[in-house]
Design a protein around this ligand. Sequence first.
Ligand SMILES: CC(C)(COP(=O)(O)OP(=O)(O)OC[C@H]1O[C@@H](n2cnc3c(N)ncnc32)[C@H](O)[C@@H]1OP(=O)(O)O)[C@@H](O)C(=O)NCCC(=O)NCCS
Length: 175
Amino acid sequence: MDRLQTESLVLEPLTRQDFPWLFALYADRDVMRYIGHGARTEQESRKNLEWLLAHGERLPFGYWVLRDRRTGEPLGGAVLMIRRDGAPVELGFMLAQPAWGRGLATQVARALVAHAFSNLAIPELQAFTAVENAASAAVLRKAGMRDAGLRPGPYGGLDRGFELRREEWLSSRQA
Ligand SMILES: CC(C)(COP(=O)(O)OP(=O)(O)OC[C@H]1O[C@@H](n2cnc3c(N)ncnc32)[C@H](O)[C@@H]1OP(=O)(O)O)[C@@H](O)C(=O)NCCC(=O)NCCS
């Protein structure tokens, strides 16, 4: 996995040293309000993070820790992942509360869309947001993803789905 940068952030491939900070992030009810079944125990988070670590060893993408480019302080996490065999690559992101509302998620989503299509030549991306998660939907739209309407999400309920094919992204850049 490559280390990436945006205007304000560095995206660093996940390591086990990041686990304690991420356990706290995943335990925050407000951060997790629209993700899965809500706040996670350390045991649940560890299982998920070990899976993501292995994902990034198997494939050139997985989980990145988001850090302030100037101070190195951790601010969140983002993912490109294949949730199960045969599924399209899924984009996701989450920020600690002090980092909300500064345009950072938009920077991350745009950087990962560009990385996926330009460097990794991934044919298609998808993303899901809870129907009430207007901020996340706004981020995905700003990153150029197409609102594909309501559909069964990864956690069993009905979510808003977003899609983007590599050809669409390439032609939107030429326009
Ligand atoms: C959702 C989240 C990623 C947004 O990150 P962010 O860095 O605050 O988002 P940005 O600052 O890039 O801005 C997103 C856009 O959403 C808009 N927005 C923010 N909060 C909003 C709200 N409650 N309702 C509607 N729009 C909202 C912003 O105005 C902005 O659009 P604009 O630039 O046109 O004004 C962040 O709040 C978060 O991590 N939440 C918890 C985890 C989560 O829900 N992750 C997504 C799971 S799918």
